[in-house]
Design a protein. Structure first.
Length: 478
């Protein structure tokens, strides 16, 4: 039809609504929410001070301490933090936030915790928003139908000063997941399955939209897990169009829009048009997704728990073969060996990927009435003080403690190795976090990424195992 226009994707719609100006192939985008933490913000605030600039929209920012905070005795505040650099970072964030009138939740405040848990929990993350943070896993907030991405320290300064950012528009990619995930398969498994299919750079230059029956069936917690790992395939951002599940999660939270019906009305329009064009599309059958475990040193090096460690000789090219050989050498694994049954030293349930109440409920259901193996040190780190409170109200902490797990206070903890929670050289850990890079969780530490269900079962078995394997008695329980 003459005059017909091409439909737009969800990404296109949010992008178009936030363009302030165009300049030499780049756009100046307005930013709706700026999340700050203690590691990437001090230099940005110092830059503002040196230039004599202020913060353009302090009401559009939220400051949290999460990366370097200890997961014990937080009520004592930054002054009790042993590491001098961490202590300085925490104090700098508090001082800068207070100076510029930015809302912050201090150490020990029950509203505090991991930035990518607290933002949604407070209702600050909403459909149609642009959201940035000096942290790569800002993609998490895309689960609400927002354009959310990580930025560098110089960009943090730019957003503080102008409430805008320069960006070159990415291409559109859609991942359709048909059918329903099996009862024992979780969002973390789906995310790792997608990573194996796409690779760590397969979505580079794209913003990914997840769609399909299986995605619509996911809870908001599960969608956040999925979008959290979108950055690991090279995507600029990952998102899910908002729906009734999104609206139900947001309603009634502290930052819920005052005119709720009008807000929901606007958000309902945030869906890709039926004739929208995607530059790349991938289709996945949910029935093909099983419990996944990483064997290597990037999140795409994964297998189903019932599969063996792969042979580098089967890699698609020399580069992939070399990467697999190096990963196996670092991880101290042998091609062809079963990944299930690999002996563990540590288990970590937490991080911005898997530390929400739903994750803790799943893990507690597995360990209820059981105990962690004597040789395994297991820990659970809630994503926020409010998650911790809710878990304690439900008795989940008692279940974990009875099973021999450490029950900690919120923070990034063992995910990032920038605080007292670290692996010792050679320690092998089942982790619900997002990265298994060399030395990520501590120098010489060996990380296996997996879901909370698998991590909990592995703690009990003392080796990598699934709840089903525990039930079948394949491994002696602790």
């Amino acid at each position: 039809m003459a005059g017909a226009t091409q439909g737009r994707t969800l990404y296109d719609k949010i992008w178009d609504a936030h363009v302030v100006a165009e300049d030499d192939g780049e756009s100046i985008l307005y930013i709706d929410l700026h999340l700050l933490h203690e590691v990437t913000s001090p230099q940005a605030f110092a830059g503002l001070a040196a230039a004599g600039r202020g913060v353009r929209r302090p009401d559009r920012a939220l400051a949290l301490s999460d990366h370097v905070v200890p997961t014990e005795r937080q009520a004592a505040g930054p002054g009790a933090v042993a590491d001098a650099e961490a202590r300085a970072q925490l104090r700098a964030l508090a001082a800068n936030a207070d100076r510029f009138g930015i809302e912050r939740f201090a150490m020990g405040d029950p509203r505090g915790g991991i930035v990518h848990v607290v933002g949604p929990e407070q209702g600050r993350s909403q459909p149609g928003m642009t959201i940035v943070c000096g942290d790569s896993h800002t993609s998490t907030h895309g689960a609400f139908g927002a354009l959310a991405f990580g930025i560098g320290t110089s960009e943090v300064e730019h957003v503080l000063a102008t409430q805008t950012i320069r960006q070159r528009k990415s291409r559109n990619m859609r991942i359709m997941v048909d059918g329903r995930l099996a009862a024992h398969v979780h969002a973390k498994d789906l995310a790792l399955h997608v990573l194996r299919a796409v690779g760590v750079d397969g979505a580079t230059g794209h913003v990914v939209e997840y769609a399909g029956e299986a995605i619509r069936a996911l809870s908001m917690e599960a969608r956040m897990t999925l979008c959290n790992l979108g950055i690991e395939m090279g995507a600029r951002a990952a998102m899910v169009a908002p729906d009734e599940t999104s609206f139900a999660y947001i309603e009634g939270r502290p930052a819920t829009p005052a005119d709720w019906p009008a807000a929901v009305g606007r958000w309902r329009a945030l869906a890709s048009d039926a004739d929208a064009r995607f530059d790349r599309e991938l289709r996945i059958d949910a029935a093909d997704v099983g419990p996944m475990v990483s064997w290597g040193t990037n999140p795409a090096q994964v297998v189903r728990i019932d599969e063996p460690v792969p042979d580098p000789g089967a890699a698609r090219d020399a580069e992939a073969r070399g990467a697999a050989e190096r990963a196996l050498a670092y991880m101290r694994l042998t091609p062809g060996m079963p990944v299930a049954g690999t002996r563990l030293d540590r288990v970590f349930i937490g991080s911005c990927t898997n530390s929400r109440i739903e994750d803790l409920r799943v893990a507690a259901a597995v360990v209820r009435g059981r105990r962690a193996a004597p040789h395994v040190r297991a820990m659970v780190v809630p994503g926020s003080g409010l998650v911790k409170r809710q878990a304690e109200a439900e008795g989940l902490d008692a279940i974990f403690r009875a099973a021999g797990f450490d029950w900690r206070e919120p923070g990034c903890s063992l995910c990032v190795g920038m605080n007292p929670d670290r692996l010792a050289p050679g320690e092998r850990c089942a982790s619900t976090s997002n990265r298994n890079f060399e030395n990520r969780q501590g120098r010489g530490g060996l990380t296996h990424l997996m879901s909370p269900a698998l991590a909990a079962a592995s703690a009990v078995a003392g080796v990598i195992a699934s709840p089903d394997m525990l039930e079948r008695g394949l491994f002696p329980a602790g």
